[in-house]
Design a protein around this ligand. Structure first.
Ligand code: GTP
Length: 342
């Protein structure tokens, strides 16, 4: 059986970290996001199709050297085709049933249980559902007691919402849904294809699960997932290899080959590989990109520093994103897919 992992988004909300890398290779506790998705797949999935576009060479290079026990196909779209177009573009690799996963979701969903639910209901499409408190920035489903979804309502006001359940970004689909998707055009699965299947069939189901779910679409959620995982793993910090630490580090993930200078204090942050934090720096709730240098006595709070940047000594900044290099020319100026805000 196959699983498509949608890995072709630009990740505009995660810029500047995505100016230099495929969003699905962004490390979470020093391991690329996409690895968490692959580990979540049931044994019955033997082939993983990475629907790729932006920075696809990085994905190819990564999977050349990592061992997953599954056949990995990097399926390179000639242009961004959206979440629906990317699935259609993978058609030649697909059999009768398959999974589709967004690459930026970390959750406790059991995909085997979702597949069993799908088959029991003789569904054409089953999507995972997650309850949220504030529905106003999501697509919410109208759902019957047996799990049959009868409508999607986009970003409803709280009082008008038909439920508190949102699309959690993992689907189990029958190949017949491919007939709904046109070839070669940017198509949103969520906005164009799913509503049409609901209109045409009574076989569109939602599968609710419990545990945890996080969409790593924004810098804030990228920081939050690290705090959640540290708590879950009962750790104060998570350190990579070959670190020189002369500072005080708390609730932080530190990548490989990082140097932290004397008297520097780092809290609730993510320091990526090969970064140098000089002496007497104070960093909190921030992301420091690969190969960055934060010079001495800098104070950074709620800051994101893109890869290969240098922050000069005595810099004091809050709520800022640092990027001084050229922006990749294909990178869109704004979100092109499901616009859900910063
Ligand atoms: P933003 O620009 O910040 O919205 O991020 P994004 O481009 O990743 O978009 P979004 O979070 O809505 O995408 C949901 C999932 O679909 C992610 O796993 C994306 O990588 C993936 N995705 C989005 N657009 C495309 C596309 O055109 N092609 C492919 N193959 N995947 C896509």
């Amino acid at each position: 059986m196959e699983a498509i992992i949608l890995s072709g988004g630009f990740g505009t909300r995660l810029r500047p970290l995505t100016y230099t890398r495929a969003k699905s290779l962004l490390p979470i506790m020093n391991k690329p996001m996409v690895s968490y998705l692959i580990e979540m797949l049931p044994d019955s999935v033997d082939t993983v199709i990475l629907a790729a576009n932006y920075k696809k060479i990085q994905l190819e290079e990564y999977f050349e050297t990592s061992n997953t026990n599954k056949t990995i196909i990097v399926n390179d779209e000639p242009k961004p085709l959206g979440t629906g177009g990317a699935v259609k573009f993978a058609e030649k690799y697909l059999s009768d049933e398959f999974f589709v996963l967004n690459s930026d979701i970390i959750c406790s969903l059991n995909l085997s249980d979702m597949m069993t639910f799908h088959r029991k209901h003789d569904a054409v499409s089953t999507i995972s559902l997650w309850p949220v408190e504030n529905v106003s920035e999501f697509g919410v489903v109208e759902i019957q007691k047996n799990g049959n979804i009868t409508k999607f309502v986009e970003k409803p006001k709280q009082e008008d919402a038909p439920s508190n359940l949102i699309n959690a970004g993992a689907y189990f689909l029958e190949s017949s849904i491919l007939d709904y998707i046109e070839n070669g055009r940017l198509i949103s699965m969520e906005k164009e294809i799913f509503p049409q299947i609901i209109t045409d069939t009574e076989s569109f189901y939602g599968y609710q699960f419990k545990g945890y779910w996080m969409d790593i679409g924004r810098i804030r959620s990228y920081l939050d997932i690290h705090q959640d995982l540290l708590i879950k793993q009962n750790k104060n910090n998570h350190f990579g290899n070959n670190i020189v630490n002369n500072g005080i580090v708390n609730k932080t993930t530190v990548g490989n080959d990082v140097v932290i200078g004397k008297n520097s204090k780092i809290e609730k942050s993510i320091i990526l590989d090969n970064a140098i934090i000089e002496d007497d720096a104070i960093i909190s709730n921030s992301v420091i990109g690969e190969n960055c240098t934060v010079c001495s006595k800098s104070q950074l709070s709620w800051v994101v520093v893109g890869d290969n940047e240098q922050i000069s000594a005595n810099t004091i900044e809050e709520n800022k994103s640092f990027w001084t290099q050229e922006i990749p020319k294909e990178f869109p100026k704004k979100q092109i897919g499901n616009v859900i805000g910063e």
